[in-house]
Design a protein around this ligand. Structure first.
Ligand SMILES: NC(=O)c1ccc[n+]([C@@H]2O[C@H](COP(=O)([O-])OP(=O)(O)OC[C@H]3O[C@@H](n4cnc5c(N)ncnc54)[C@H](OP(=O)(O)O)[C@@H]3O)[C@@H](O)[C@H]2O)c1
Length: 145
């Protein structure tokens, strides 16, 4: 699905239908250029920022997660050290940093709100990984598991 397109998310949920979702991984993200310009406005937050909303946009998938018979229901969002307030000592990448700081808060609240429904919501910071986003200079290599 395209997480920035509500129709696309709804289509994916429709395909699952009454099926259960045990594990939801929100990995979508775009960083763009490491600019020092804000690159977004309040009225047009831009694509970087809208990829932060997988949890919000995936509302259509929540029932499948909540009603799953699994004893280990898990919603995982891939965050970044770039979203850390105290870790930001170099500036720049304002839209990307802001999107990750915001998604940290989204998942923090979701963790509290969905705990009574048996869904654990966690954030994972993968470190600097050699991907299209991380680039060839990154310190970690992807492993197939
Ligand atoms: N690499 C790093 O060093 C690093 C560090 C910290 C955090 N992260 C985070 O890790 C996650 C994965 O990044 P990556 O390094 O694997 O980057 P990547 O190689 O650029 O991959 C980004 C992924 O996000 C998907 N995506 C982008 N926009 C989307 C949308 N609107 N709807 C659905 N999928 C969308 C892309 O799908 P398509 O290929 O179909 O476009 C692609 O699979 C991101 O959240 C990123 O912020 C990465």
């Amino acid at each position: 699905m395209d997480v920035t397109d509500l129709r696309s998310v709804k289509q994916a949920a429709a395909q699952i239908g009454d099926g259960a979702v045990d594990l939801l991984i929100n990995s979508a993200g775009i960083a763009g250029k490491r600019t020092r310009k804000l690159g977004m406005s309040i009225t047009n937050p831009g694509r970087r920022f809208s990829t932060l909303t997988p949890w919000g946009r995936c509302g259509s998938l929540k029932p499948s997660l909540i009603t799953s018979p699994s004893e280990r229901k898990l919603a995982v969002t891939i965050t970044s050290g770039m979203g850390s307030l105290t870790g930001n000592t170099s500036g720049g990448s304002i839209a990307y940093r802001s999107s990750k700081a915001a998604v940290n808060m989204v998942m923090r609240s979701a963790a509290i709100d969905f705990a009574p429904r048996g869904v654990a919501c966690v954030l994972i910071n993968p470190g600097w990984v050699k991907t299209d986003m991380g680039g060839p200079g990154a310190s970690l290599t992807r492993r197939k598991v």
